[in-house]
Ligand binder design. Structure first.
Ligand SMILES: Nc1ncnc2c1ncn2[C@@H]1O[C@H](COP(=O)(O)OP(=O)(O)O)[C@@H](O)[C@H]1O
Ligand SMILES: [Mg+2]
Length: 280
């Protein structure tokens, strides 16, 4: 049996904004069905532009994009939106209804049959813990809640490919944990997930593969621990390591190689305590 083709194929994609900014330069990448991929890189690297090409919002002047064996040029934005769901960084731009409930209802239109919609709305309100806010105007939600509503309005459509732009940015610990639980559920459903993030600890823990970008190009594409332990590469991408990861890397240079799966402060402390107990 031959290998299935990747779900997403980008081949030599370049995009220049109308003002002349060349935001993507010869981007080629593949994403397999069911994969979870992170996109990292400093501000202005082209991450948001790249994901916007995947739902047809941006049409590259050069190169080809295939999703599920079809050139996305042959699909309308409405068609693409049923299977590529993008949760953008600034939820304000994604919310426009008078109430939380209406927002979700609008999202579900044309996705589910009329007689299923109320059930789906209720289910979504429940999953996202929005029952008590259902009549509230999205404008009156907190920043974190707005982000959650944008997430709900995309995820209720059940797209095969889910894309998140900086989902942990500005989120508190509870909100991040909520997001992680959702991701775990989507993983179980074998969804293909692309996450743009600056959050290195989040990436270590939840994203197995990283595509590292700088100045509109892909600098590296590989296993997260390999990419994030390559200091030269990170410097090139102007990414700063959190102190904990920096500490691990320093300890490695003196011969103390802390296993990959140990990365929280508590776990590193426990590891070091154990190590020194055994040694002395
Ligand atoms: N609407 C736009 N018009 C012109 N230039 C843009 C626009 N959006 C982004 N850019 C520029 O394109 C480049 C890539 O931006 P972006 O994709 O937003 O990067 P990132 O998401 O990695 O921060 C940057 O130089 C940015 O200033
Ligand atoms: Mg961005």
């Amino acid at each position: 049996m031959s290998e299935p083709l990747p779900l997403i194929i980008m081949n030599n994609v370049s995009y220049t904004y109308p003002n002349g900014t060349q935001a993507l330069k010869n981007i080629s990448l593949n994403v397999n069905s069911g994969e979870i991929v992170g996109i990292m890189g400093s501000n202005g690297a082209g991450k948001t532009t790249l994901i916007r090409t995947l739902n047809g919002l941006i049409q590259p002047q050069k190169g080809l994009i295939f999703i599920e064996n079809g050139n996305i040029k042959s699909k309308t934005i409405a068609e693409l939106s049923t299977f590529v769901g993008i949760v953008f960084q600034n939820p304000e731009h994604q919310l426009f209804s008078n109430s939380v409930q209406e927002e979700i209802k609008f999202s579900l239109k044309n996705i589910y049959p009329e007689n299923k919609i109320q059930e789906k709305i209720d289910e979504t309100l429940s999953i996202f813990q929005f029952e008590k806010y259902k009549e509230k105007s999205p404008l009156n939600l907190s920043g974190g809640e707005k982000k959650k509503l944008a997430l709900a309005s995309i995820m209720c459509r059940n797209p095969k490919i889910l894309i998140f732009d900086e989902p942990t940015l500005g989120q508190d610990k509870n909100e991040i944990n909520f997001l992680i639980n959702l991701l775990e559920e989507e993983k179980k459903k074998k969804k293909t997930i692309i996450i743009v993030t600056h959050n290195i600890e989040f990436a270590y823990k939840h994203i197995p593969r990283i595509i590292l970008m700088a100045e509109g190009r892909i600098l590296a594409d590989g296993p997260t621990h390999k990419i994030l332990s390559n200091k030269k590469l990170l410097k090139k991408a102007s990414l700063i390591l959190p102190q904990l990861i920096e500490l691990k890397s320093t300890l490695k240079t003196i011969g103390l190689d802390i296993p990959e799966k140990i990365y929280t402060q508590e776990a590193i402390t426990a590891f070091l305590m154990d190590y020194f107990k055994k040694k002395y």
